[in-house]
Design a protein around this ligand. Structure first.
Ligand SMILES: [Zn+2]
Length: 77
């Protein structure tokens, strides 16, 4: 399984319907909505991995496994 943010090696974790959870050695553990993943694939967009990791790090003060949906996606432009 690959990381949805950096495409590196990641472990897939069982989670809620409609979401994908990954544990990546570089990005850590996070959840991502399947509708965001689909949109990213359709539009050929990729994440700004560096900035997504910073966002995830800041969220982990509040929640162990942060969720990434359309409003949280930081794209590489
Ligand atoms: Zn990653």
């Amino acid at each position: 399984m690959s990381c949805l943010i950096c495409a590196g090696q990641a472990e897939s974790v069982e989670c809620t319907r409609g979401w994908e959870e990954r544990r990546c050695s570089r990005c850590g553990c996070y959840r991502m909505s399947q509708s965001l993943i689909l949109l990213m694939m359709e539009e050929g967009q990729i994440f700004d991995a560096e900035r997504m990791r910073e966002w995830l790090m800041s969220r982990r003060d509040v929640i162990a496994v942060p969720s990434i949906d359309h409003g949280q996606a930081i794209l590489l432009l």
